[in-house]
Ligand binder design. Structure first.
Ligand code: HEC
Length: 114
């Protein structure tokens, strides 16, 4: 019985360890798409045009070419990491997003522009 308990403890630790270590190892496009789905879609929507909730917060329409032209990648990244003058906008670090994915997230946002 004792053996069984310690075995369980070890495997639980191992699984947790993997769970925490994995994201830093595998920064693949799939992971970033998943981050977008899990974290960004709530406000920006699956098509980047903004959900009802997002529009109330004041999200831009990522599918609008005029919007895309109005921002450089650097400006987007600055907003994403530091926030904007819009008090509804939460910097992504505060949402628990791993900022090593910043460039890939900008690419996703650019992708909505066609
Ligand atoms: C709680 C709602 C919410 C969530 C979740 C959210 N955003 Fe936003 N986002 C906003 C709002 C509101 C704005 C508009 C800010 C402004 O215009 O000042 C915005 C603006 C942006 C912009 C444009 C910044 C600019 O300078 O034009 C980018 C890029 C962006 N979000 C990316 C993301 C990404 C990537 C995620 C997920 C990791 C995300 N957002 C999650 C609400 C959200």
């Amino acid at each position: 019985m004792k053996k069984l308990i310690s075995y369980c403890t070890i495997s639980a630790t191992a699984i947790f360890g993997l769970y925490f270590i994995q994201p830093s190892f595998t920064a693949t496009a799939n992971d970033v798409n998943q981050i977008y789905k899990d974290t960004c879609e709530l406000c920006h929507g699956p098509d980047g045009k903004g959900t009802e909730a997002g529009k109330q917060f004041g999200v831009p329409n990522f599918a609008d070419p005029d919007y895309q032209r109005s921002r450089t990648d650097e400006q987007m990244k600055e907003s994403m990491t530091k926030g904007t003058k819009n008090p509804n906008y939460v910097p992504l670090g505060d949402l628990g997003v791993d900022l090593s994915h910043l460039d890939a997230l900008v690419q996703i946002v650019r992708g909505f522009g066609g």
